[in-house]
Design a protein around this ligand. Sequence first.
Ligand code: PRP
Ligand code: HPA
Ligand code: MG
Length: 206
Amino acid sequence: MRAEQIQHEVREVLLSEDEIRGRLAEMARDIERDYHERTPLLVGVLKGAVFVMTDLARSLRIPVEMDWMAVSSYGSGTKSTGVVRILKDLDTDLTDRHVLIVEDIIDSGLTLTWLKQNLESRGAASVEICTLLRKPSRLKSNVFVRYIGFDVPNEFVVGYGLDYDERYRNLNDVVVLQPEVFGGEATDEPVEPARRVLRPGIPEEA
Ligand SMILES: O=P(O)(O)OC[C@H]1O[C@H](OP(=O)(O)OP(=O)(O)O)[C@H](O)[C@@H]1O
Ligand code: HPA
Ligand SMILES: [Mg+2]
């Protein structure tokens, strides 16, 4: 589905399909350079990371293995408390494996902080993280993320795997929705642009 097809619900297209594809290709080149001669196990975090995982994996020009996990934050009803439950575990033994966790977005970072520690405790030789998006203003954890596609503003984003109430995952672009979709007031405020993160800590203009 394309953003034009739900134009009335879209406040701003943050990242087009082409921008996402281009950045994933750049990230794939970085990953190939780092993992040549050691086959990585890509671990996709369901469900949001499905499209990042399938597009990144096909962009890579080195052999990889792929596995999936589903996790859920729980606690006092608020999201991402840092206490995480495994809903679907890996099928793969991680002993001596080079694991690359693939995510769609790092928001508070609490899910990934827990997941990285959990996978490291299984005897992996290395555990790194790759995410298409990061919301720096919301980070509550200083977990190191080796591959980052874009920094995005503090807005709820959907598309390319990211959902609002399970909808919009099949949108090709990443967009910010009209506040009316969430029952809010209409706004004319412009949305800050997304910025490519070529090296962690050093964002560049998209
Ligand atoms: O950095 P955090 O604040 O921990 O949040 C990020 C996590 O939240 C979202 O998943 P969600 O739990 O919504 O599940 P989904 O992927 O199935 O949509 C997203 O896909 C990340 O996995
Ligand atoms: O901005 C977001 N959109 C969708 N899912 C999310 N999970 C954490 N942040 C987000
Ligand atoms: Mg997810």
